[in-house]
Design a protein around this ligand. Sequence first.
Ligand code: ARG
Length: 460
Amino acid sequence: TKRKLWGGRFTGSTDPLMHEFNQSLKYDKRMYAADVKGSIAFSKALLKAGIVDEKEQKELERGLKQVELEWKDGKFVVQPDDEDIHTANERRLSEIIGKDIGGKLHTGRSRNDQVATDMRIWLMEQTTEVEGFLKDLLNVMVTRAEKEVDAILPGYTHLQRAQPVRWSHHLLSHAQAFLTDLSRLRELYPRISVLPLGSAALAGNPYSLDRELLRSELGFQSIGENSMHAVADRDFVVEWLQWASLLMVHMSRLAEDLIIYSTAEFGFVTLSDAYSTGSSIMPQKKNPDSLELLRGKSGRVFGQMAGFMMSLKGIPSTYNKDLQEDKEPLFDCVDTVSAALRIAEGVIATLNIHPEKMKAALTMDMLATDIADYLVRKGVPFRETHHISGRAVALAEKTNVQISDLSLEQYKELSEHFTEDVMQVFDFETSVEKRNAIGGPARAMIQRQVEGARKRIEGK
Ligand code: ARG
């Protein structure tokens, strides 16, 4: 117990299982660089406040840099009493530069404001990296959409063939969801970037530490205005987990579409070997495991979010050890999302599409709405045209032909407004091109989407 940083008031030693239960170093060591960064900045605030002199500050900085290097090189030797990354780093710092100077670092600081600061530093860096992965995925999607604008496939509602759309339009429908995820992620950043350091345990520090100096040293956008809130607040973790949950919902729906489209029954796309796996018993199999994992991991991310929300609920004010439960869900989600984005990028980049299969799946009944629209242009009210077109579909079904095989005479029997030009309706390209209002699948609108998406990716 004497060796614990907080051991002064203790006489009994920690139960070994309790030590294990309490210790977070096994997972929070990944914040070692953030912890060192925060401490170096803190040493500068201590210098300004006159707690350490210039020589001591230099020593602190030198020692901290060595600590960081030891972690980086895998040479940091964890001691049995190291509880978390903060105690481990401080213990090692004092070994390197001596207790007389090392022991001054924690003046006016608590692990409560330290850990909140570390988490935010770490998450700011990760958020920038994840933003990059999301942009990469979006760029791949947009590039494909622009290139493959000719391919037309059935669009579905209720998984029933509905109306023809461009493949590009379908792909961009998923990209649109990711574009909003990108905006949302960018909006999170300023709320992550609020500095807790200087709040100490809960009641602030009595040394007039220059928090503006800390803010600018650490690259935070703003300073936490209430020391009690600063050490209690994990909303930035919750928001990130919620952001990730919705992103993964989008990922999962994209994956599901591609899984269906890659079946032999659809055959619209083939996954590259790089993102598929085989069966240990059925030699012919090529399974879309990458997509299934993207779909499956959405449940995992949502679960971490829901779990941490439960951990937070009902905690009294300021710091309580429950808050240590923020780390594993956040780390796991950041890892999962980072991997998911890169896998999705690879899947989309290497996917093969089969436009002829897409075309073969188009059936003339998918143009029944176009028949109704045709009559609208001849002045018939839509509600009536819908009915007439429905009767054409029924007639075709009854006589076992396509609606394009019905004769002009048959059409004329259904409505006097049909003339010869009705046969021009039976063209999928025409159908898609007619839908040229903003947001439609016409070529020009695909290009508009592509250009709009590129601007949003660049944050314009
Ligand atoms: N390892 C702790 C955490 O992650 C650091 C803060 C501990 N503070 C304390 N007073 N026990 O939350």
